[in-house]
Each structure stands twice: as C-alpha cells, then as structure tokens.
Design a protein around this ligand. Structure first.
Ligand code: FES
Length: 497
C-alpha cells in the first residue's frame, strides 16, 4: 500500500492507496474537490496539484508509485445566489392545513445546479423559511459540464450510481444537519420539491442520462417525477413525497421552467437567459414562449481557456485595465475565471488590441511575471461561446416574428449572469448591444421558483400554464442557425464609454 498525504489550506490527512490508481481517483474517493472540467479525460490540463519534491502534476494522468505528499490548490469560493430579488415572485403560503403526517411538518425546495446547489427549508405550518443552505455540487469532481458527467456514466460501470450517490449524500448531509439542530426527525420532512437541468434530475433519480447527449436528444423523462420518500434515497419520511418539476427538453430543464415561472414581470415581450456551459434562452411574446439551448461551451467556466480556472482563490474575476484587476482571495493572480475573461476581452476590443475578426495582436499578459494572460485560442473560444448565445437569441426572434426593437427587457438568470459585467458582455457581443440599458440580472430564479412551488398552489398552476404555452426550438433543425453562427463570430465595435 502507498501512503498519500493530502494537505489542504486548513487540513491534512494521510490515506492509503494501491499502485495503478490515478491521483484523481484517490482524491475523488476522499471527496476532495479539485477543478476537473473535462472530468478526468486528461484533455483540459486543469486538475493540477503540487506533489512535494516533484512539482505540479496533472492529477488524472498521475499514478502514484511511492508515498507522496499532495498539496491542494486553493479552495473554491462559491458566492451562491439564494435570495429573493425585486424581479421574482414571493407568493403567499397556501398549504397550512394540508393534512400533514407529523405535527412539525417540514418542506424542502432544492435547486440542483451543475455547479451549485441551494436548499430552502420551509415550515409547512407557517410557510416561514427556516434556513437556506448552499454548497458546490460534489459532482463537479466528474466534470464541469453535463456532457462530461454523462460521459462518466457511460464509461464507468458504476458511474451513474457514483454520481447519484454523490448528490444524494450531500443532500442528506444538509437534511440531517438541519433536523438535528432544530430538534426534528427525518419523519418531519414530508414534501420535497426539486428543480435542476434535465441531466441533474436524471442523475439524482438514478436514470441513465446517455440519451440526453445523443441525437435525437430524447431524455428518459421530461414529465414531473414523483417518488415516495422511501424510494428516494433521501433521509425523509418514507411516506413523504419528492417531486421534480417537468423539463422542457433535453437541454432546457426544470430549472428554466421554474425560473421563468418565478419571474414577476408585466412586460409583454422579453428574453430570459441563463448562461452556463449551455446558454438556455426563452423568448416570451405575450402568452407564447419560445425556448432553445445553445452549446456555449465551457469557456465561461474557465475551461478551454489557457489560464482559465473556476472562481477560486487566485482567479482574476474583474479587470478594467493593466494593474486594475480583482483577484479572488486578494492574492497574486494564478488564472482567470469566466467574469474575468469577459472583462479582458472587452478591454482588448476597446483598445483595438483585437480586431473585428478576433485576431489578437499579441498575447496579452495581466501579470507577465506569472504568465497570466490570454492567447489567440482563448479569443476564439470566447467568439464561439458568444456567437452561440447571440445566434440563439436571433433565431428565437425570427421564429417569434419579432425584432430587438420589440423586446422590453432581457433578464439574466443564474450565477454567471449575476457576476459578469453587463457592460463588458455587451462589448464582446455576448449580450445584444441592441438591448443595452434593458438588461437586468435577476438572481437565482430557479431556486426561488422551486420555493414558490413548495409554497403556493397558484404558482403550481402558473408553471403548468407556462409549460403548456412553451415551444422548444431545436436549433440544429433550423437551417439559418449555422449561417447566423458564422455571421456572429466577428466582434462588432461597441465603445465602452
Ligand atoms: S486534465 Fe485532468 S481533469 Fe481535465
């Protein structure tokens, strides 16, 4: 047996492992979270850790053959959005006399994001939120995006079970912690509402997600799924009920349905956009809703970017010019996260260091000494991502027979939409310049949607009606999409000030 000492920022432990097992596998077994956007395929080069006396290694390609000491990189700092905003519904509680199973019934609304998870604990007698918990999705160890995780399920016999149990265990940890602190028992958890993208819900329920990734992209289910407590694997009342909201398609999930339903708007025509590794877009035209999903790629997660990294200590998260940048953790920069790269590209465009075609005059270093900067290939990745989103918006407008002039607002859902500079995103063409001044971040609409679903029968009816009026547009079926995508690759000059 080999001895592997794992040293974190405030902990260390020694574990035993056998030869022939990759260091990433060892770390996964120990639930040590390191950044693995490609899911351990050896292609992203991001799962770097330091081995004492050896230097940096790629964990998924390193197979320890002797006792080693591993020094982990900085831990991820997640600024997870959880609260209401002025754009989101807060409906009155409507289930106080429901005929519960116990005298202290507790409801739980859960938003399982690819990156983060938010849990709302609700007193079912009073409708009061007792606690909001959040944590990073532990499945991140198996890849930053849904496709990497689906691949993990396909390539490993126990892959689906491992991914399912990794989220179930994390949820049970939070459920147990809340009930112990509040003197409750697991029997008191009676009603659980869960939203997430289509892949996250498949993984949670232990359903094979492979068909989501393969044409014709038919998930095993899109309908609402209801499980009783005993079959859910969650530490709740065996006769309690676990409900997942319906998904719209393989890539437009229950999180988008919940998010759209949570919007409190009176505008007639507006866009609702959630940017992550996929860009999910909804166009609301009166009572009609058109949705699509574009493969924005993992660039905004820091993957496929030479100095890209997650929002961890050492990542440049804001940039406005040489020497004017913010680093998470207030330390020296070691890389750039999604919001940082959007700012840097916007700056380079403004200073004409990138031309309209995306040609970068020379590699740009934020910190030349530490070689932190952007290279030509990074700009190409950003062009692909921003064109995918913008082209998706254009296609939805065409299908709906609208133009940008008809749109009253664009609402940005989710974490990335909240943390990017809207000005920079408009500058690089990720968000439409045509809607400048009408773009608003709305926070975690999906989580608030799950909470409203738990609280209000009026909201349940609203989601049913929204789902009925929603039409999914498969962009690969639309001939003009390819042309739009090519046309929108270039940068259109927009002055920053
Ligand atoms: S190279 Fe190891 S996770 Fe991507």
């Amino acid at each position: 047996m080999l001895k592997i000492k794992i040293v974190g920022s405030d902990s260390e432990k020694i574990i035993e492992s056998s030869a022939g097992i990759s260091l990433l596998e060892v770390l996964r077994k120990e639930r040590v979270a390191i950044y693995t956007p490609c899911g351990g395929k050896g292609t992203c080069g991001k799962c770097r850790v330091k081995i004492k006396d050896e230097g940096e290694v790629i964990a998924c390609k390193y197979f320890p053959e002797k006792d080693i000491e591993v020094v982990l990189p900085g831990e991820e700092e997640a600024n997870i959005l959880v609260h209401q905003t002025e754009y989101l519904e807060d409906l009155p509680y409507s289930y106080s006399n429901y005929g519960y199973l116990t005298s202290s019934p507790c409801g739980v609304a859960i938003d399982i994001g690819t990156t983060t998870v938010v849990i709302y604990f609700l007193n079912l007698l009073t409708g009061q939120i007792e606690k909001i918990s959040s944590f990073l999705n532990p499945q991140k160890l198996f890849g930053a995006d849904v496709i990497s995780r689906i691949n993990h399920c396909q390539e490993n016999e126990d892959g689906l079970k491992v991914l399912q149990m990794s989220i179930i265990d994390a949820l049970n940890f939070e459920l147990d912690a809340f009930r112990v602190i509040n003197g409750l028992s697991r029997e008191n958890y009676e009603k659980i509402i869960i939203v997430g993208n289509t892949t996250m819900l498949h993984l949670l329920l232990g359903e094979d997600p492979l068909s989501i990734a393969l044409a014709p992209f038919k998930p095993k289910f899109t309908d609402s799924q209801i499980r009783n407590g005993s079959s859910s694997l969650l530490n709740i009342n065996g006769s309690g009920e676990v409900t997942t909201l319906p998904c719209i398609s393989a890539f437009v999930g229950a999180d988008i349905l919940a998010g759209m339903s949570a919007m409190k708007v009176t505008n007639r025509n507006y866009l609702f956009l959630d940017i992550g590794t996929n860009g999910e877009i909804a166009l609301i035209k009166g009572d009609e809703i058109f949705t699509c999903a574009t493969a924005a790629g993992p660039a905004f997660e820091g993957a496929n970017i030479s100095c890209g990294m997650g929002a961890v200590s050492g990542a440049v998260s804001l940039f406005s010019g040489p020497g004017k940048y913010q680093v998470i953790g207030n330390c020296y920069p070691v890389g750039v996260c999604g919001s940082g790269i959007v700012d840097i590209v916007a700056y380079l465009l403004d200073k004409e260091l990138i031309d309209e075609t995306g040609l970068l005059k020379e590699t740009f270093f934020i910190d030349p000494e530490r070689r932190v900067g952007v290279v030509q290939q990074d700009i190409r990745e950003i062009q692909l991502a921003k064109s995918a989103i913008y082209s998706g918006v254009k296609i939805l407008l065409n299908v709906a027979g609208l133009s940008f002039g008809d749109i009253d607002a664009l609402y940005l859902a989710g974490g990335f939409g909240n943390y990017i500079s809207i000005k920079s995103a408009v500058q690089i063409g990720l968000l439409p310049n045509e809607l400048k001044g009408k773009i608003y971040p709305v926070g975690n609409s999906a989580g608030i949607g799950a909470l409203q679903y738990l609280k209000s029968d009026e909201f349940v009816e609203k989601t049913v009606s929204i789902l009925k009026n929603t039409r999914y547009i498969e962009l690969s079926d639309i001939d003009e999409f390819t042309l739009e995508f090519a046309l929108n690759m270039d940068f259109t000059p927009v002055r920053l000030s």
